[in-house]
Design a protein around this ligand. Structure first.
Ligand code: OOG
Ligand code: MG
Length: 263
């Protein structure tokens, strides 16, 4: 049964309070085991409205669970989408405080800025390819507002796909005709390799993630507007962060982005 507006808004308020207070709240599906994916996206929309009416302006869109590594790590098997806010944007080489989050983890992502609107259904890799303004190296810092980072698909969709912060690097010069499938990425934590992968880990190609996003949004009557920053999803599994950590995300051709972690 579809949820009423009051319940949707209460669930969103609860998640926003959890984020602000950094105190996890029970998984929504503990209380509402039949929460549908459609209603989970309604809760995410309500959360977005609360945050945008507050101090958080929109910064782009994100896909999640687009790589096998992420799906296996979180025991889910379907891609999801959420939104980014400007208040979560980290400057290149910036520092985050561990204490600003609940269970922070970082993941390497390939990001794209679109040059034209992308609309499903039927959006294809070829259409995405023709609609890219630039490709950027990125990291996403994810955090769950649920106890012990435990969730299922509807709960994590409602919680804006664990979005917390992100960083993008500079627009690197990619060799003409480069296929993003073969773009290599290495995550170094305190100088040691923590994870490695290539673009193909993301649904065969990060461009496929964007096509899927357009097709998923079409089901809700939406599109990816021109000029949208899209994070295509973690390429490797997410890595927990601890005070004192120094991360370097090294992208073939695109350069490195660094993150420091404070107390
Ligand atoms: C959900 C967010 C997934 C990604 O890149 O796969 C995501 C989570 O793992 O908490 O952002
Ligand atoms: Mg992500």
């Amino acid at each position: 049964m579809a949820l009423d507006e009051t319940t949707i808004s209460q669930l969103a308020q609860r998640l926003e309070k959890a984020r602000q207070d950094r105190i996890p709240v029970p998984r929504i599906t503990d209380e509402l085991p039949d929460l549908s994916l459609a209603d989970a996206y309604h809760v995410q929309d309500a959360l977005r409205r609360i945050q945008i009416d507050g101090d958080r302006s929109p910064a782009g869109l994100k896909m999640g669970f687009t790589s096998r590594a992420k799906m296996a790590q979180m025991k889910v098997k379907d891609p999801i989408n959420g939104y980014l806010t400007e208040s979560g944007r980290l400057p290149m080489g910036g520092t985050v405080r561990r204490s600003d989050f609940i269970f922070p983890r970082v993941e390497a992502e390939i990001a794209v800025v679109t040059s034209r609107p992308l609309r499903g259904p039927g959006c294809t890799i070829a259409l995405v390819q023709a609609s890219i303004a630039c490709v950027l190296p990125a990291l996403e810092l994810i955090d769950s507002r649920y106890p012990n980072y435990g969730f299922d698909l509807p709960s994590v969709i409602a919680d804006n796909t664990s979005a917390a912060a992100f960083m993008t690097g500079e627009n690197g010069a990619l060799p003409a005709g480069l296929d993003l499938k073969t773009l290599g990425v290495v995550i170094l934590r305190n100088g040691e390799v923590a994870a490695t992968a290539a673009g193909a880990a993301v649904l065969g190609s990060p461009l496929n993630s964007i096509a899927l996003l357009a097709n998923m949004l079409a089901k809700r009557g939406r599109e990816i507007p021109a000029g949208t920053l899209v994070l295509t999803g973690g390429i490797t599994e997410a890595v927990p962060i601890n005070p004192g950590d120094h991360f370097s995300f090294d992208f073939q051709y695109l350069g490195s982005i660094d993150l420091h972690v404070d107390n």
